[in-house]
Structure formats: C-alpha cells, structure tokens
Design a protein. Sequence first.
Lengths: 361, 728
Amino acid sequence: MSRYVSFRDFDWVLLALILLICTLGVVEIYSATLSTKFAGAHLRQVYWILGGVTLMFIVSVLNYQALIERVPLMYLLSIASLLAVEVFGKKYLGARRWVQLGSFHFQPSEWVKLVLILAMAKYFADSKSECTAQDIVKAGALVGVPMLMVLVQPDLGTALTYLPIAIMGLFLGGMKAKHALIILAIGALLAPVAWHVLKPYQRDRLTSFIEPEADSQGHGYQVIQSLVAVGSGGIFGKGTAHGSQTQGQFLPVPHTDFIFAAFAEEHGFIGAMGLLLLYFIVLMRLIQNAQTAPDRAGAFVVMGVVAVLAFHLLVNVGMVVGLMPVTGIPLPLMSYGGSSVLFMFLALGIVMNIRMRRFVN
Amino acid sequence: MLGRDEKVSQLRLTAVQYILLGIFLVLAFGLWRLQVARSDYYNNLAEQNRIKQVPILAPRGKILDREGRIIVDNYPSFSVLLLRDQKRDLMADADKIAVGLHMPPDELRLRLKRMAAVPGYQPLFLKDDITPDELAFIESHKAELPELDTITVHRRLYPKNGFMAHVIGYVGQVSEDMLTQPQWELYNPGDIVGMSGVEQYYNDILMGKNGSRQVLVNSRGKEVGTLSDVQAVPGKPLKLTIDLDLQIAAEEALEGKPGAIIAMDPRTGEILALVSRPAFDPNQFAVRISRDEWNQLVTDPNKPLLDKAIQAQLAPGSTFKILMSVAGLQEGIAQKLIVNCGGGGTFYGRFFKCDQKHGRVDISKGIYASCDTYYYTLGEKLGIARIAKYATEFGFGQKTGVDLPQEVSGVMPSEEWKIKNFKQKWYAGETISVAIGQGAVAVTPIQLARAIGAIASDGVMVRPHVAFPEELPPGFKNAARYNDKSHVQIDQDNWVIITDAMADVTRIGTAAAAHIDGIDFAGKTGTAQTISAEARSKMGASGKSKFNDNSWFVGMTPRRNPEIVVAVLTQGGGWGWRSGLLAAQVIKAYVAKQRLRQTQLAKANGTVPGGAKQAEVAAVWHEGDAKNPDKTQAGHFAVSTDSTIKPVSTAPGVEAADKPTPAGDMEATGSHGGTAQPEADAATPAEPKSSDSQPNGQPVQQAPARKKTPGSSPPVAPPAVALPGRRP
C-alpha cells in the first residue's frame, strides 16, 4: 500500500451534500433577512462558506494523527482562550462570548468543541478498549472544565454541545451500562441543584417550554411563534420569501437559531422532511467514514463530529418543533454565523483527512 | 501506540446509527404533528398574526349649487379603529383605552359587548375626530395595544349656522342597532350614510364605495407589505338646482322667524331655494352628536329637524282662493258672480265673517282684496266635490314627489275623505271654511308653490326637484320623473283674469306693501287661523301670541308663465303681506341677478357698447293660432336703445304710456316657453357667447327681432300705489 494521499479519496459525495445544505441555508438566510436590518447576511454567509471550504481542503491534507499528537497544547490554548473571553470579552446580549480580533468577532467556544473532539479521540485511542470508572472521571473532567467555563459566560447552549462529545467518547470507548446508570442517577440527584444554578431567563425558557401559553407575550412568545411558523407552513409551505411569520418578523431570529422554523414555514412538511433527510444521510455517511477510518483515533474524531452535529440537529429542530426547550443552539450548516460555519468545515476537513488516509498503513 | 490499531466496536457504531434514526423519526414526528395534523390551527393563528385589514374610507361626494359652487365639502380627520381580529383580550385593555381616548370605560365595555356577535374582521369605530393628544396616545402604544389603529376619515363640512340644513340634511353612522332594520341591512356598522335631506335621498350617489387594504404587519405592528389593495371609489359630486344667491336671500329673509321659504322655477320644477326655520347645525352630526344635543333638537317645540317646506301641513288660508278661482272660472260660475260684501254672509244657517266690508266684489277684486264673502259664496255654489276635483288636479292632498325624504301629503278633504277617515258625513258648512283655505284643508309650502306656480303657468304642473335629472347616473330611481309635466286645462281668459288679479295683489291689493318697483311681481296672501277665532278670543295675551295666525304668501315674477315662484310661510307671522315682504326680497334678488347676467351677457356679446344702452321690458302679446286664437304670451325683452333711455330698474312700465312703444329691435331674453315661442320674423345675428364667459348660465335665447306690438293687455309692471289700509 502506498502512503500516497489523493483527493480521489476525498468524500466528494459528503461535500456535495454539505454544500447542498449550506445552499439551502443561504437561500433561507436571504429570505428571512429580506426586510430586516440583517439584509445581505446571506452574502456574508457565502463568504464564510467559501472560507470554510478552503479551510477544509487545507485541513484535509494535514495529517490528523499529527494534529492529535498536538492535542495537549491545543487543549491548553482552548482553556486560555476561554479565560481571555472572561477577561477581555465583549459583552453582547447579556453574555460574554466573544473576543474581538481586529475587525472580527471570534467566539472561542466553537473551536473548543473541535479541540474537545480531538482530545476525546486521543484519550480513548490511547486507552484500552475496557473503560474503567477512572476513564470516565478523566474523560468527564477533560470535557467538564471547558464546559463549566462556557457555562459561566453564560452560554448554556454551547456548553451543552460539549456533553455529546463526552457521551459519544464514553459510549464508543466501551462504557459499561452499569456506569451509565450510575451517571444518570447522579445527574438526576443533581438536577435540583442545577436548577438553582441556572439564570432566571434560563429557567423561564424551561418553564415556557413546558407550558408556552402561560406566558404568550414573554418567553413563551418565541416558542409559540415558532410553532405557528412551522405549523402554518403546512405540507407544501408558503414559498421562499412568502412566509408571513418569517417576513413579518414574528419569528425570532429567523436567520440564526430559528432558521429551521423559517425553512419549514416557507417550504412546508415536504421541504423540512427533505432537509432532515439530507442531515440524516450526512450523518450516516459520516458514520460510514468512521467505520472505514484507518485507526481508532480517526473513528473517534469522526464520531465526535457525528455527536456534535446530531446533538445540534436534535436540540435545534427539537426546539423549533416544540419538542425541546429554547436554547441558543444554531442549526449547523444552515444558521447564519461565521464561527459555526468555520467549525463545521474545520471538522469536516478533519473527517476528509481521516477518510483520505483510510487505506494508509 | 497502545490500542491505536484496535478498531471501534462495530456494534456500538450500529447502535449510534439506530439512535440517530430514532432522533430522525422523533423530529419527523414533530414536523408531522405541526405541519400536517394541526396545520389549519396554526395557519389560522398565522393569519391573525400578520394580516391587518385596514378599511379605506371613500370620501362622500361634494354638494354643489347650480353654478357649481361648493355647498358641502369634506375635511380630513382621524378616527380610532378597534381591530377585533387581533386575538387580544379587549375587555382587559378597555380601561387603558378608555383613559387614553377620554371615553367612559363602561360605555366602551358596553359597546364591545354589543359588537360580540358581529364578525371579528369588522373593526369597531371607537371615536371620531380625535385630538392630537389622543392620536399621540395611540401612536405611542402601538406595541402595547396593537388592536388600536387610526384611519383618515373625510368628514363632512357643512355651512355654518344651519344654512340650507334642511336641503342638505346630515350624515350619521350606521349603528349596531340599525343593522336589523331592512333599509340599513346592506350597510356595515360604522358606515357613514345620509340620514336626512339630499344626503339621505342621494346617498347612493354621494356615498362612494369603501376600499380596503390587507397589509402584512410585523410583530411590532409595523407594515411590511401589502397583500391586497382595493381602492376606495369616492362618492360622486351632486349638483343641486339650488341657486346659492337666492338661497342666501331666502335665508336672510326668514332669519329669526319660524317658517319656510321655497323658491321654484315653475317651468322646470327646479327648486332654487329652500329654507326652513328654525334650523339645526348639521356639523353637530358630522362627528357624533351628543345625547344632550340630540334631545334638545328633538324636544324643541319649534321642531328644528322638521323641514317645514315639505313637512309642515297647515291650513293655506287665502292662498287657497287662487285654486278656488280656477275652479270657479273653469266651471263658468265665477265670471258672472258678483257678491256684495257687507263684512260676511250667512251660509247654512251660520254667519261667516269677512274681515272687511268690500262692497261690490267680482272675481278680480275677490282675489286682490281677498274677500272671504266672495269665496264663501263661490264655495257654496261649487260644492266640495268640485273644489276637491280641482285641488286634486293641482296636487293638493298628495306628495309632490320632490326628491327629499319624508315629504308629507297634506290633506284635501272631500266627502269620501271624511267618511273614510272619520266615518262621518260631510257637512255643507265645512265647504264654506274650505273655500277660504281653512277647515280640514292642509297644505305644505312646496305643494302651494307648485300649484300656484302651475296656475300662473297656464296649468302646467311640474315635479319639484333639487337635483338635475340629467346629471344623475343612468337608472337612478325616479330621475326620469323629474321631467314629468302634466297639464291642467285653464282657459285663456280665466288664466289672464287670475294672473292679472294676482299682479293687482301687490299693486292695489292685500300685499301692496310688498310691491316692487319695476318688477312684475304677482302673488297671493294668506292669513291662516291656527285655532278658531272664538277660541283665540277667549285666551289671554300669551295664549293669543302662541296661536297667532300663520302668514302665507305665494308670489312670482312675471305674472304669467313665471320664471320663479316663491312660497313663504311665517308661522305665527300674522297678516299674509308680512310673508309677502319676505317673498319680495327673494324675487328682488332673483331679478337683480337675472338683470346682471343679461347685462354681462350683453357686454360679452359686444352688442351693446358700454353696456348701458339696453333696457329690459316685460311684455304680454297676442300669440293666437288656429287652435287657440286667444293665446297670449308673456316675457321679458332686452331693448337696445339710443342714449335717451331710462335706467333698467325703472324702465319697464313705469308709465303705462311708455310701455307699448316698440323699439326698433327687441330681443326676448327670457324663455317663457310654457306655450309657444315667438316666431322668427327677421333673425338677429347676435350669437350668445360660449359659456366660459357665463358659467352655468342658461344661454339666453336670442329671440328674433320682432315688430309685433304687445297685445292689449294691462300694464306689465304697475306703478307703485300705496294703499291706505294694509289688509291680508
């Protein structure tokens, strides 16, 4: 076997699916911001995507194994950047999540996700297939530290996205059912504590999820408007730029967190199901790449990406259709925002990297 | 490194795949639940969220006078709408709204309750003509009270002080209660419709059609797009036959007196002026009339809302003698009837008084001196059946069909009428009262103007109207009937006798005080008792003044084929000549305007350099033909003169000797076309100028020059003779 790495082994099908989803996202961003102050955001999104694709190609030719070797350094840098946010960060919408680099606003919590995926991959690749309680605590600490740091920003949504990385790692790492049940039991006991730790608006989000009509003008408003948007889309939708909930700005942030609601309103059940199916195919394709990964670390990295993507999808779409409480989690590949786009393409770059090396060794 | 080549558990990867499939199915279920199962429910919610139905109110048409001068206009104002399709708890907001709009909260709640049954898409008009601070309240509470909206309304601007109020009428809002009545069922609550006068009668023309706009509003109530835009169709303007100049003269004449004046062109039925006093101010209705103001109008004993010109039914008094004269002459009785009036006469065993000892009275003197004894006698000879026949022919006891709402018919009694209404036999003595316009006979001023105008026009009955039929949209109900004319036979001699006697009324008769120099002003007075003389004499001074006689006068110019007939009623005004003075004011205003117009026309024509060398003369001439050898014709002539002619105002008929001198070329300027037009002998070429120099003026018919001497007729405009005793 040669050590020759070729773009012939690049997952073009996956890229095509990803770009199709991105295109749908750009169109929906265009539609949703048409008559708002955010008009033109779709063009910026295109630039982010082009930048992301470039980044993806660059990352795909690097050796992911080399990247994984540098995980300890990257992990330390992540912690440092999260600390920097706490110290120098810009306060925006009541939360300190951003650092300004030149003219860019950078959200470090996004790329911390990537580092955590690599860190988990490295940890479980190095460990034996047997997963001990010690492994669970170590892996949990690995994810838990940055998670808490993000949580105090406060950014509950992003903090939660770190959780599936840990869960996926532990699951694939061979965690025993016994341990899983213990963790669940501890989690259940800690829930009331967590409730007190939550900020009042976060609690309101949870209560309004359970009973949105109780506060239809307040926190339940977003939930109701989202349900109305999705529901009124019907089977065939209202057409691009014709969604009244979206165009009338009843739908909150229709180009970012609620972009799926806007899409579902304008393209109906058929469109929304098609989009879900695309995501599902992408996920299955990624799992296939994990199965063909040249080594354990590669499989863990790919499955880490799967975990993050699936979690985003579940929480975001679940929120939009009223099955999940409101969290500020964007829909990957569709929601407007540079950090999110760059993260996804960086992650995909590493996935490609792994795939292109599937016959190596 | 350790374990690096160890593969990940395929079983666990497969498990992840199934978990993902589970997530996919859960999300798909979520979508199905919203978009398929409950799609209609959410669709309905989305509709309410975004679409705001905003009515666009059509401005009502302007009301113009016959020369196109604006009588009623509109002004823009703001009204508050309560949108009821916004899914808001309106009752909960009611207090806040009531405070901001300065309304009693209970009234607001009551109105909300009453509107509960009306479909939600129909907005409720909360308040009209709001103040700037109320407007600011709504603007600043757009997010808090999204159900409030403002709308520009074109509101009616009526003349001040009740000028022409009864002709114009007023508009009002179709209330929630009115919708149950059949005449309003086609309207929506809040529609502004005419409630009286031409505003009501011609509501369909004036009202226009409201449009509506469906706008997309965002969550902050801001319009972000328009879904549909149905433009309002403005109401059409309505041109009335009213002449503002005459209306002003009539309003001024009747100022401060309860009663009515109606001026009509008896050739066409066009009403030139119509006044009823006391009046009301329609501007009070233009917004929303308060309960107090309304009660005051309704309970006022002088009935300001009543249009007395068409709705007052009163005894005509001696004005009825004109009708009696026609009956008497046409039946061949009055010509030979000579009565010696000694201050009354006994009929059917009862003495009927005359107010004077008139001595020897014939029909002419009967008219100009208004001798009751003469008409008692004539009435006795005619009998009620024949009186009723003529009275009915001249429209008494029937509506004239004027294009104003709620006209009343008056009463013309007869034997049948009495049996039908009272189950009683007619007493012959009642005929004697009816003969002088007392008793059961009751007329409206418009009936009187029409009937006496018709008699002076040789029996041509027209239908009075205030709108020009040819300017109404095709198919407008009754429009064609405005040009209806009927003809009641009056013999030539009888016509001349009556009209000459009416001219004598203002010369040597009961209304000599109302004589106008230089104008052929004819008419008849009436002094109608409101209760019997005996009853009145028993009353004290205050009772007496309460039941003062009604003063009537019906006058016209010229005496035959008049261009204008004016009926005046002054309630409690006493002697008829007092009303005659008021009629004279209107007649003077009319003649002055006509003369000014002719002078202007003559100037515009350039036929009279300097404009002064023309004089108007009135004339009556013989116009016989084979069918009707005794036919005479009457009219005005503008006579070109050399420099020695007298001024226009005194020129015609100041001295009887002057009048018959036919000038070299006379031009008939009035169209006295009730019968026949003078035939062309030698045409004068002068063409009337186009109407731009004479806006809305009827082009003066440039009749051919004639050399005909006016026939043997009495002086057209008799010299002023002041009578020593003024009598009714």
